[in-house]
Write a protein that binds this ligand. Structure first.
Ligand code: FES
Length: 131
């Protein structure tokens, strides 16, 4: 079902875990299967993602795409991370079975959610500092 590259990454995924204390945490659920994906980002004051980790109850495709997505956004700005296209992840993997494409979208959506939380937190801090 999965190609060799996907299987290799599945057996040795990168960035599994969490980042303690960060406000940039995103959680999404997959409506098709009910699985959950959580992404943690460490973003510095220049809006650069210095670290990214994930935890998921998802399948192999979800684990592999999250491993690749977190690797791709490390060292990128928040804006660049938001521009990450799901097809880029799939192409990098050399394709996924069509019934597993919905799993690969989880990482991108969780990254967006984490960035949203980060921005909301930043806005709150700025507002507080202005008082
Ligand atoms: Fe749920 Fe793949 S089947 S994430």
């Amino acid at each position: 079902m999965y190609n060799k590259k996907v299987m290799d990454i599945f057996l040795h995924p990168k960035n599994v875990g969490e980042i303690k204390g960060t406000k940039a945490v995103g959680t999404v659920g997959n409506q098709t299967c009910g699985d959950i994906m959580k992404i943690y980002l460490d973003i510095n004051k220049n809006d650069v993602i210095v670290d990214a980790k994930f935890k998921t109850f998802g399948c192999a495709a979800a684990i592999v795409s999250s491993s690749v997505a977190t690797e791709m956004i490390k060292g990128k700005t928040v804006q660049e991370a938001l521009a990450l296209d799901n097809q880029t992840i799939i192409d990098y993997l050399g394709g996924l079975p069509s019934q597993k494409i919905h799993c690969s979208v989880l990482a991108k959506e969780a990254i967006e959610d984490a960035i949203n939380h980060y921005r909301k937190y930043q806005a709150k801090v700025e507002k507080k500092n202005k008082k």
